[in-house]
Design a binder for this molecule. Sequence first.
Ligand code: NAD
Length: 486
Amino acid sequence: MEATEHDLERQVKEVRDAYNSGKTKEESWRRSQLKALLALLEEREDDIFEALKQDIGKHPAEAYRDEIGTLIKSVNYALGCLKQWMSWKKVTLPVVAFPSSAELVPEPLGLVLIISSWNFPFGLSLEPLIGAIAAGNGVVIKPSDLSPACSSVLANTIHTYLDSEAVKVIQGGPSVGDRLLQLKWDKILFTGSARVAKIVMAAAAKHLTPVILELGGKCPAVVDSISGSWDREVAVKRVVAGKFGTCAGQACIGIDYILGEKAFIPTLVEQIKVMIKKLFGENPKESNSISRIINKHHFLRLKALLDEPMVKASIVYGGSLDEDELFIEPTILVDPPLDATIMSEEIFGPLLPIITLEKIEDSIEFIKSRPKPLTIYAFTKNEELSRRLTYETSSGTLTFNDAIVQYAADTVPFGGTGESGFGRYHGKFSFDAFTHEKGVVRRSFLTDFWFRTPPWNDYKLQLLKSAYRFDYLNLLLITLGLKKRY
Ligand code: NAD
């Protein structure tokens, strides 16, 4: 149910008031909210499963792997680390400030707005929420209107389980998003398209609000001719699961297309076909392990990609569509034209182009000549290729020999670079994303270097030169481990 203008402002003010009361800063509040979230995820599992089934046709096992399970793990991780994250850290000061001490004191930013997408409606709303409440902020979540059942479960359960004054879900589409963006926030985390990200950034600029933009793009998978039948089969299974078995390809970090070497492509295509049948059966439309396309608009968008004549001719497997059931069969295409829409825009669906290269090393130039991806995947045992991909390409993350798995990591920052977005979260990175680390410097009155203040003369200048150069002593002590590095 969409909030009215007045209601929306009232709700945001309530969160601001709750934050200003100081309660969200307390460690006990943060812990109680994280525990409440844990209880929500465990006790309302069936409601979450049902909503994901209704909106996208996600199987409960997939929903647990990518949303509920990942979130439970993240909440437990945050609860385990909270004390350490919240602790004040002592840092050293230069010799000219002697005698003194300093600390870094983490403080919440204030009011956080999370705008999320529909493909992982719980994960993309609640993973940032974990960091935002761990950091002691008041939070408003605006989930996507394209997954209404999930948004409604989010609204009802958050309201019931968490502190309903300090954490709110406001449902609605672009117009509600737009109205929320007119208000003042202390941080906005936006997950969605580059088009809307520009609207978010422009609105944030009016209030000088910092933003994190979690966007998408085309994530390539470099697939090398891996030796060893077991290893190759595992690689192909991970490719197929990472494409078709993750929200039917409607994932920002899903494999968008494959880059492979000419001599290996026929074998690769055959192995992918066999694997699709293994994972989704002879008739994938009857399988409950593959999600549906979110809505008619996106179904028709994907259909149009395939309908381009030269693209249609490149289909080597699949290609059948059922508009009534919003189903698209896992589809493999070999060498569709590089200037076709399917190769220039993010696919976000179960269509898998395979691009033929002379040598697998050519993948590096191919990737470098395009916008920086959110993730690059590489399936290879070739150490030199791995080293070159790591060193020469740029992407939010780079994952070897699997797909999607990096999303579940608390210790690996999640986020893009260049066109795939900026800012990062998950684990401590989420805490940092919603925290201002305040530098607190304490000077002692014990002594005072008289040459640091006017009136100036040449003698003071010489002393200042010595004192600032003397600071190498600080570096030396740090290098010798006698002073802490920060
Ligand atoms: P979208 O940009 O259309 O919508 C994202 C959110 O913004 C939704 O909540 C929507 O209601 C809201 N919104 C839309 N118009 C708005 C406006 N004018 N003002 C304020 N809010 C507005 O994107 P989408 O269709 O939900 O998601 C698809 C895109 O998101 C893809 O590009 C995908 O790669 C990307 N994505 C990125 C990640 C990531 O973590 N990096 C995850 C999922 C999806």
